[in-house]
Ligand binder design. Sequence first.
Ligand code: ADP
Length: 269
Amino acid sequence: MPAPSKPLPGACESLDAARLAAELVQLRRQVVQLQRISSLGVLAGSIVHELNNALTPILNYAKLGLRSQDPAFRTKAFEKILEGAERASAVANGVLGLVRPRADRLEPADLARLAEDVVRLTAKDLEKHRIQLDLVIHDRPSVLVHAAQIQQVLLNLLINARQAMPEGGRITLEAGRDPTGRWAEIRVRDTGPGISPAHLRRIFEPFFTTKAPDPNGLGGTGLGLPVCREIVEAHKGRLRVESRPGQGATFTLRLPVAPAATASRSPTR
Ligand code: ADP
């Protein structure tokens, strides 16, 4: 009788390697997802507060409108209700877009618009921490992206900047193009303490953090920037940082401008 055939040792090794590679891809996806949820966790209180602010005029004007017999006042009440509902819906959609990204493929997006959506989500949190945010839109380049992932990067950069300035300060977020016009660019500049050269070399290393652990689990994990860089490089972009101690930090995110838009638009800066 012929002996049962055994898999060749080389075949086993390559099967194992393929399985490990697939597991690694899966684990990386989970880290990206968890990091996104953790950023949203930092903002959760402020987001709920913002939703509540939008709901208050809805409730009040609905009650007043029901009591009033004046058609002009009722119309005004409906307008206020609609305004509040639109605000609440924009905040809820922003959160949902990040928690459950719509597509698993690249889609054209206006980079400045992505920044505006993230600013809407973070505005209350920054205000609470006495941080002034200036959003400067130089241009609205179109990019091919997983929108939720790029928003995750921006969210992370804003949260890091805010955490670097516990006494308050200023963040300037600029959206536009680089001087060649081929790269869409976002800069996040803060007036915090900056980053020492020794730390600057390490901040993109997984698990490097200077933040103390906190009891709510919102302390540093050291995964924010490595995940950001991985996301940006997967989009064929670049994420770099410039900083001098005492002079704040500037993170620059560059993504290739979507091909159709490159030819038709001229650089603005
Ligand atoms: P985490 O926020 O969990 O520490 P990150 O990878 O996002 O992880 O950041 C790594 C480290 O980079 C931070 O602990 C901090 O020391 C430094 N860092 C990031 N952004 C800034 C900033 N805007 N100003 C000063 N330091 C920063």
